[in-house]
Design a protein around this ligand. Sequence first.
Ligand code: HEC
Ligand code: HEC
Ligand code: HEC
Ligand code: HEC
Ligand code: HEC
Ligand code: HEC
Ligand code: HEC
Ligand code: HEC
Ligand code: HEC
Ligand code: HEC
Length: 313
Amino acid sequence: MKTKTQLASALVFLFGLLMAFTWSDGVLAEEGDEAYAKGGAQDCMECHDTQPTTLVLHTPHAMAGDARTPFASQECESCHGPSSDHMRKVPGELIPPPPKVVFGQNSITPIEDQNEVCMSCHEGGLRINWTGSEHHSGDVACATCHTVHALKDPVLVKQSQDEVCYACHVEQKAQSFRRSRHPIKEGKVTCSDCHNPHGSFGPTLLKYSNVNETCYSCHTEKRGPFLWEHAPVRDDCTNCHTPHGSSQPRLLKIRTPYLCQQCHIEAFHPSTLYSGDDILPFGAGERILAKGCLNCHPKVHGSNHPGGVRLTR
Ligand code: HEC
Ligand code: HEC
Ligand code: HEC
Ligand code: HEC
Ligand code: HEC
Ligand code: HEC
Ligand code: HEC
Ligand code: HEC
Ligand code: HEC
Ligand code: HEC
C-alpha cells in the first residue's frame, strides 16, 4: 500500500516538474517581470516548432554570426521583447499572457511600439524619410508589408510585391487590369521601382525628386535635351500619361486628338475643336482619325531634327 502512494506522489511530482519545465524555464519570472527567457530561442521553440514560425531561422535575421542581427543578441526576443512572462502558465487560463511585442496591423501592441523595434536596427537608408511619411502617419506597421517568418519576404520579390500593396490600394489594383499598363504582373516592373514606400523627398512617395526623374530612370531616351522641346513633356509626364493603367493605348489619360486639344484649341490649322462631325469627306478627318494629331506630329516628346520645330519629324 505504502509503496503505491509513494509511487503516486512521485508521479504527481514528476508531472508537476514536467509542467514547470514546459510552462516556465524552472526559476521563472514572477508576474509583471520583464525578463528574457533563459534558454533564448530554444525556449520559444519548445512550443513554436512549426512553420511558418521556424522559417525565420533561414533568413538574414537568424545569422547569429553577424553581430547586427537579432539572433546575435536576444534571438526571438530581440523582436518580440522580453517574454518569459509569456511562458508562465496562469492557473485557470488556457492561453498564456501574450509576449511583450506582437506584430501586425491589428495587433494588441500599438503600431508605433512595433515599428520602434524594427527601426532600432533599420533607421536610415531607405527609411531616412519615414517619419511623417504617408505610411507613417497612416499608421501602417512595418510588419503589415513585411513578413519576417518566411523564407523570402513576399514584398521584396518583384512578382509578389504588388499583391501586398493591393491589399490596401484597391484603386491601383483596378487600374492594373486596363489594356495599357506597365508590365507589373509580369514581374518586370514593380511598385518600388517608382515609389519608396518608406517615405521620400519627392511627392506621392516617389523614389526620385519628381515624376519626370522617376520616369527617366528607365525611359532615358525621353530625358533629352531636345533641339525642339515640347513644353508639357518637360513639365510633367502625367500631363498626358497615367502611371498605373489606362483604357487608352500607351498609358494615355485620354485619346488623341482630345488629349492635344486640352491645350491646343487655337492651333492655326483649324482652330476649332475637332469632333465626330469632322469625319471625311467634309471635315478635318486626318486630324482625328487613327492617331489623329500624331499622324503629322509624331515627335510629341521632342525633336532633334533641324526642321522639327512643329514636332513633325
Ligand atoms: C509553453 C509554450 C510556449 C512557449 C515556451 C512560448 N510560447 Fe508563444 N505562444 C504559446 C501559445 C499557446 C500561443 C497562442 C496564444 C494565442 O493563441 O493567443 C502563443 C503565441 C505566441 C505569439 C502570438 C501572439 C498573438 O497574440 O498572436 C507570439 C508572437 C509568441 N507566442 C512568441 C513567443 C516567443 C518569442 C517565445 C519565447 C520567448 C514563446 N512564444 C514561447 C505558447 C508558448
Ligand atoms: C536586432 C536588429 C534587428 C531588428 C530588431 C530587426 N532587424 Fe531586420 N535585419 C537586421 C539585419 C542585421 C539584417 C540583414 C541586413 C543585411 O544583410 O544587410 C536585416 C534584414 C532585414 C530585411 C531584409 C531581408 C532580406 O531578405 O534581405 C528586412 C525586410 C527586415 N530586416 C525587416 C525587419 C522588420 C520588419 C523588423 C521588425 C519586425 C526587423 N527587420 C527587425 C537587423 C534587425
Ligand atoms: C507600405 C509597405 C512597406 C512598409 C510599411 C514598410 N516597408 Fe520596408 N520595404 C517595402 C518594400 C516594397 C521594400 C523593397 C524596396 C526596394 O526594393 O526598393 C522594402 C524594403 C525594406 C528593407 C530591405 C531593404 C533595405 O532597406 O535594406 C528593410 C530593412 C525594410 N524595408 C524595413 C522596414 C521597416 C523597419 C519598416 C517600418 C518602419 C518598413 N520597412 C515599412 C515595403 C514596406
Ligand atoms: C526580426 C524580428 C523577429 C524575430 C527575430 C522573430 N520574430 Fe516572430 N514575428 C515577427 C513579426 C514581424 C511577426 C508577424 C508575422 C510575420 O511577419 O511573419 C511575428 C510573428 C510571430 C508569431 C505569430 C505567428 C506567426 O508565425 O505569424 C510567433 C508565434 C512568433 N513570431 C514567434 C517567434 C519565435 C519563436 C521566434 C524565434 C525563433 C521569432 N518569432 C523571431 C518578428 C520577429
Ligand atoms: C495597410 C494598408 C497599406 C498597405 C499594405 C500599403 N499602403 Fe500605401 N498607403 C496606405 C495609407 C493609409 C496611405 C495614406 C493615406 C492615403 O493617401 O491613401 C498610403 C499612401 C500611399 C501612397 C501615397 C499616396 C498619396 O496620395 O500621396 C503611395 C504612393 C503608396 N501608399 C504606395 C504603396 C505601396 C507601393 C505599397 C506596397 C509596397 C503600399 N502602399 C502598401 C496604406 C497602405
Ligand atoms: C511607372 C512608375 C509607377 C509604378 C510602377 C507605380 N506607380 Fe504609383 N504613382 C506613380 C506616379 C508618377 C504617381 C503620381 C501620379 C500623379 O501625380 O498623378 C503615383 C501615385 C500613386 C498613388 C497615389 C494615388 C494616385 O493614384 O495618384 C498610389 C496610392 C500609388 N501610386 C500606388 C502604387 C502601387 C500600389 C503600385 C504598384 C502596384 C504603384 N503605385 C506603381 C508612379 C508609379
Ligand atoms: C522601372 C522602369 C520603368 C520606370 C521607372 C517607368 N517605366 Fe514606363 N515602361 C517600362 C517598361 C519595361 C515598359 C514596357 C515596355 C515594352 O513593353 O516594350 C514601359 C512602358 C511604358 C509606356 C508604354 C505603355 C504601352 O502601353 O505601350 C509608357 C507610356 C510609359 N512606360 C510611361 C512611363 C511613365 C510616364 C513613367 C513615369 C511615371 C514610367 N513609364 C516609368 C519601364 C519603366
Ligand atoms: C503632350 C503629351 C505627352 C507628354 C507630356 C508625354 N508623353 Fe509620352 N506619349 C505621348 C503620346 C501621344 C504617345 C503615343 C505615341 C504613339 O503612339 O506614337 C506617347 C508614348 C510614350 C511612350 C511609348 C512609346 C515610346 O515613345 O517609347 C513612352 C515610353 C512615353 N510616352 C514616355 C513618356 C515620358 C517618360 C514622359 C515624360 C518625360 C512622357 N511620355 C510625356 C504623349 C505624351
Ligand atoms: C498640357 C498642355 C499640352 C498638351 C496636352 C499638348 N501640348 Fe503641345 N504644346 C504645349 C505648349 C505649352 C507648347 C509650347 C507652345 C509655345 O512654345 O508657344 C506646345 C507646343 C506644341 C507644338 C509646337 C508648336 C510650336 O509653336 O512650336 C506642337 C506641334 C504641339 N505642341 C503638338 C501637340 C500634340 C500633337 C499634342 C497631343 C499629343 C500636344 N501638343 C499636347 C502644351 C500642350
Ligand atoms: C495633316 C497633318 C497634320 C495634322 C493631322 C495635324 N497637324 Fe498640326 N501642323 C501640321 C503642320 C504641317 C504644321 C506646321 C505648319 C507650319 O510650320 O507652318 C502644324 C502646326 C501645328 C502647331 C503649331 C502652330 C500653331 O498654331 O501654334 C500646333 C500647335 C499643331 N499643329 C497642333 C496640332 C494638333 C493639336 C493636331 C491634332 C488636333 C494637329 N496639329 C494635327 C500638320 C498637321
